[in-house]
Design a binder for this molecule. Structure first.
Ligand code: MEV
Length: 423
């Protein structure tokens, strides 16, 4: 039987599923019902999801949760989060409450410039290229006018086009380095359309265009979020806690193995809000990690100081987010998320997302430097295992109490459940 197929995308959903079951899911007898149970009976909604991508055969659910009690720049927020990791939302909610009693989070957008590049090869004399570029620059801008018209009305558009000589890195390699302001949209389509038009206008016999694409590295689209309070307000043993917290941050500054995990914890919060609001989490991930390595060494994205009895903890990250366009208004739950956040501008969303990351980092470091991370994780993990084992509500209640503070594994929970059932 052939396991390759032509015209798969032309098959309807049922035909696709049948082909998969016959060829690749022969050892998974429930495939059909597993796939079908996640299809939405609301045909219009299902079609909307199917049309997001090619070859859709079902929907993949993730929990949609909320973390209440966030105060950011003196405004109250309930933050929507989409994530599968059990402890993330609980941690965000606890930290939100903790800091709302200590003045809340403060956040500010430092810059909003996005970047795109036309990469090209040119073997001639640099001076000739420079003269060509300078004489053509107004024409390049003019050529994009129909694309930038609406964006310009909203106060955005192309900020500048620069010719960059990259021949010291790669023979004959040059760029048109273009900067953009995309206001409330993430801007990927807008930027790429502008770049392709610029490239087509710039093209000539001795200029070989290689590609035109936005950059997900946006070190000039930055947001900062912070919390601070008197050490005494951190609770019992405030100074001891602050010192250990500071040490944990110093370690994440100097040790890349730790920094990656430290930043992963930050991304737990960031990605969850980015996904809930219909934004591109891969773009955010790529840009944020590149920023963490901007000095040439991968470092913590957050920092902390203890000065004159004041504990200050902050994060500075690049974020390309939109509150219009893309999936943001197309996916009903993204739309709802943005409404829940009181329809923020892209700048306000940058602040909310940065705060979610900082809150998550605070929760992780607090746990790591005090009780350890496993206590909280295991509590949530226990619940997942009990669900997997199809424990009843009463069984769950009894086992959550009896296994409290014990080391949790699938086997230990299964054993305890079986024991309970024979009692
Ligand atoms: C787990 O998802 C995230 C942590 O590992 C983050 C950290 O170590 O800082 C707990």
């Amino acid at each position: 039987m052939s396991k390759t197929i032509t015209g798969f995308s032309k098959l309807d959903k049922e035909e696709k599923t049948t082909w998969l079951i016959n060829n690749f899911l022969t050892d998974f007898p429930d495939s059909h019902s597993v796939l079908n149970q996640y299809l939405n009976p609301n045909k219009k909604l299902q079609q909307l999801h199917d049309e997001f991508i090619e070859n859709s055969i079902s929907n993949y659910y993730l929990p949609f949760a909320v973390a209440p009690n966030f105060t950011i720049n003196n405004k109250a927020y309930v933050i929507p989060m989409v994530i599968e990791e059990s402890s993330v939302v609980a941690a965000a909610s606890l930290v939100a409450k903790f800091w709302s009693k200590r003045g809340g989070f403060k956040a500010e957008v430092l810059s909003t410039t996005k970047i795109g590049q036309v990469h090209f090869m040119y073997a001639g004399a640099y001076l000739n290229l420079e003269t060509y570029f300078n004489s053509l620059k107004p024409t390049l801008l003019k050529a994009t006018e129909s694309i930038t018209k609406n964006m310009r009305k909203r106060g955005g558009g192309i900020l500048d086009i620069e010719l960059r000589d990259k021949t010291s890195d790669l023979d004959h390699y040059y760029q048109l380095h273009v900067t953009f302001e995309t206001k409330d949209s993430m801007g990927a389509n807008f930027i790429n359309s502008c770049l392709e038009t610029i490239a087509n206008t710039f093209r000539k016999d001795d200029v070989e265009i290689v590609m035109s694409i936005l950059s997900n590295y946006i070190p000039d689209c930055l947001v900062k979020a912070e919390v601070s309070c008197d050490i005494d307000d951190l609770g019992e043993n405030g100074m001891e806690f602050a010192k250990k917290f500071y040490q944990a941050l110093q370690i994440a500054q100097v040790e890349p193995y730790r920094a990656v995990t430290h930043n992963k914890g930050i991304m737990n919060g960031i990605d969850a809000v980015v996904i809930a609001t219909g934004n591109d989490f891969r773009a955010v991930e790529a840009g944020v990690h590149a920023y963490a390595a901007k000095s040439g060494k991968y470092k913590s994205l957050s920092q902390c100081t203890i000065n004159d009895g004041v504990f200050k903890f902050w994060i500075e990250i690049p974020l390309a987010l939109g509150t219009v366009g893309g999936l943001t208004n197309l996916h009903p739950l993204s739309k709802l998320s943005l409404n829940l956040l009181q329809n923020p501008s892209a700048k306000e969303l940058m602040m909310i997302v940065a705060v979610a990351g900082l809150a998550q980092n605070f929760a992780a470091l607090k746990a790591l430097t005090t009780t350890g991370i496993q206590k909280g994780h295991m509590k949530m993990h226990l619940n997942n295992i009990l669900n997997q084992l199809e424990a009843t509500k009463d069984e769950k209640l009894m086992l959550v109490n009896s296994l409290n503070n014990q080391h949790i594994t699938y086997n230990s929970v299964n054993k305890a459940l079986q024991q309970l059932r024979v009692q």
